[in-house]
Design a protein around this ligand. Structure first.
Ligand code: NAD
Length: 490
């Protein structure tokens, strides 16, 4: 379970256990003022896998210094130059695809197949923004009359960015921030999750090999209240792109509220509905609903964790769904563990509550209080959960899904929207007018009709309600990382 961990990557002099050091100014830096490390664990076994540098305020300052020094020259590079470097990063990542996938799978607990998909998507992130910047179009307008001007909009990079990501798709989500940050001429300090830091550590070497100039992208490791919070609050950090939980997003907003010009993009949690109407082909609907529920053990912000099925097909759907899940989603084969002991306890607490509220466990069970040999939780399908239960309202972020019937289209929309979150949704129907009628009324930044997890990187990504502030993707990412000025030229 431990691949060629040296594999020409920097390890500390002792070699073991694997130590994850900050990457600043293109160097892996020794721990400076502190000798504190955070243990991270292999979710499949519960054993210590690596130690992550617990960065202090002075470590974070050092990284912000490096990014600030690098900004003037990086922001003046041409799009062509930046594009070439980003394409090189993409190609080097592609050469190292298997190494990244193996580590991502070990560190996060996801299946290797899932990890490979995410590495491929990370490569696409770099290629997409590398080419996006070469093809941007702008409009020039003419103001007539005595004060005739030629008027246009001009963009410039914002400055140093804090790029903060969660543990569920570590490489993919971090590169979704790093790629546009670099492409639009900003410099950055990335702070991956302390729970899954390994692939971010490996990225440093990729940046070096791609000849990204020193200081342009730095990576600091450590916890949220320490390194993350210091980074966000730094007055020299001119923007924050954050993906993570809603409560952390609120905290970041509070911490930056007085720095009014700081750009803020917050991609937060979800509790996404899947609506299944009575005109669907169950042979297609069942596997799709199962995938949306249990991919990555339900640890994707976009997972459909509340399934609503039209009463007419409810019983048939439920029995086919449960059978399909039991047959195809097995721990250790197609389903990995959840990421950590803490997360295991969190998911378990919701299952305990479901049990106490007499919910029906159609499949799955309450896991042991103390995890044995890794953080395994069986895919669980719950019925009979009340709409006002925490189990139904809050994001569990594990292999747990609720199933409920509905009678009418109107009721389906009401149930879908009866939640504080508004990130994503799935709608299954073959009625084309319903696709629009319902799809356009769901409170969700993303509506997938008869599909799930499809992404087109030029389209807006983000959530409504408590699921976030702002959007990323294509022109929306450009808006996050650039400042806009309008020029009137006489
Ligand atoms: P989290 O909010 O606990 O942590 C996310 C990151 O923020 C980590 O790097 C953490 O160290 C850092 N952090 C924590 N406190 C901080 C603070 N005060 N200031 C600055 N940084 C801080 O989230 P998590 O548990 O790692 O990830 C799971 C959550 O992420 C879920 O809610 C999930 O829905 C969400 N998520 C959202 C999206 C999306 O695109 N909307 C994608 C993936 C995950």
């Amino acid at each position: 379970d431990t691949p060629e961990r040296a594999n020409n990557y920097p390890t500390d002099s002792a070699g073991s256990p694997f130590r994850i050091q900050n990457f600043i100014d293109n160097e892996f830096v020794e721990n400076t003022k502190t000798d504190e490390w955070i243990d991270t664990f292999n979710p499949r076994t519960g054993e210590v896998l690596a130690q992550v540098h617990k960065s202090t305020a002075s470590d974070v300052d050092r990284a912000v210094d490096a990014a600030s020094r690098a900004f003037p020259s990086w922001s003046r590079t041409t799009r062509q130059e930046r594009s070439e470097i980003l394409l090189r990063i993409g190609s080097i990542l592609e050469e190292k695809r298997e190494l990244f996938a193996v580590w991502e799978s070990i560190d996060q607990g996801k299946t290797l197949a899932r990890a490979r998909i995410e590495v491929d998507r990370a490569i696409s992130n770099f290629r997409y923004f590398a080419t996006y910047i070469l093809h941007e179009e702008g409009a020039v307008r003419f103001v007539d009359g005595p004060s005739s001007t030629l008027t246009y909009e001009h963009r410039s990079p914002v400055g140093v960015f804090a790029l903060i990501s969660p543990w569920n798709m570590p490489l993919y989500l971090l590169t979704w921030k790093i790629a546009p940050c670099l492409a639009f001429g900003c410099t950055g300090v990335a702070k991956p999750s302390e729970v899954t830091s390994i692939t971010a550590f490996l990225l440093g070497e990729v940046f070096r090999q791609a000849k990204l100039p020193p200081g342009v992208m730095n990576v600091v490791f450590g916890d949220g209240p320490g390194a993350g919070s210091t980074l966000v609050k730094s007055p020299r950090v001119r923007g924050v792109s954050f993906t993570g939980g809603t409560s952390t997003g609120i905290r970041i907003r509070q911490d930056t509220v007085a720095d009014i010009g700081k750009h803020l993009s917050l991609e937060l949690g979800g509790k996404n509905p899947t609506l299944i109407f009575d005109d669907v082909d169950l042979a297609k609907a069942v596997p799709l609903a199962a995938q949306a529920s249990f991919e990555n053990s339900g640890q994707i912000c976009l997972c459909g964790s509340r399934i609503y099925v039209h009463r007419k097909i409810y019983e048939t759907f439920l029995s086919e769904f449960v059978e399909y899940v039991q047959r195809n989603y097995r721990c250790g084969e197609t389903v990995g563990p959840v990421v950590s002991r803490q997360h295991y306890a969190k998911v378990r607490s919701y299952l305990l509550q479901a049990q106490e509220e007499n919910a029906r466990f159609h499949t799955g069970e309450l896991p042991d209080e103390a995890p044995q040999n890794g953080y395994w939780i069986k895919p669980t399908v719950l019925g009979g959960v009340r709409t006002d239960s925490r189990v139904m309202r809050e994001e569990i972020f594990g292999p747990v899904v609720t199933v409920c019937p509905f009678e009418t289209e109107e009721e389906a929309i009401e149930l879908a929207n009866d939640n504080p979150n508004g990130l994503a949704s799935v709608l299954m129907t073959t009625d084309v007018s319903r696709m629009r009628r319902v799809g356009e009324r769901i409170d969700a930044g993303l509506v997938w009709v008869n599909c799930w997890l499809v992404r087109e990187l030029g389209t807006a990504f983000g959530g409504m309600k408590v699921s976030g502030t702002g959007r990323e993707g294509g022109a929306q990412s450009r808006d996050v990382f650039t400042n806009l000025r309008t020029l009137h030229v006489r």
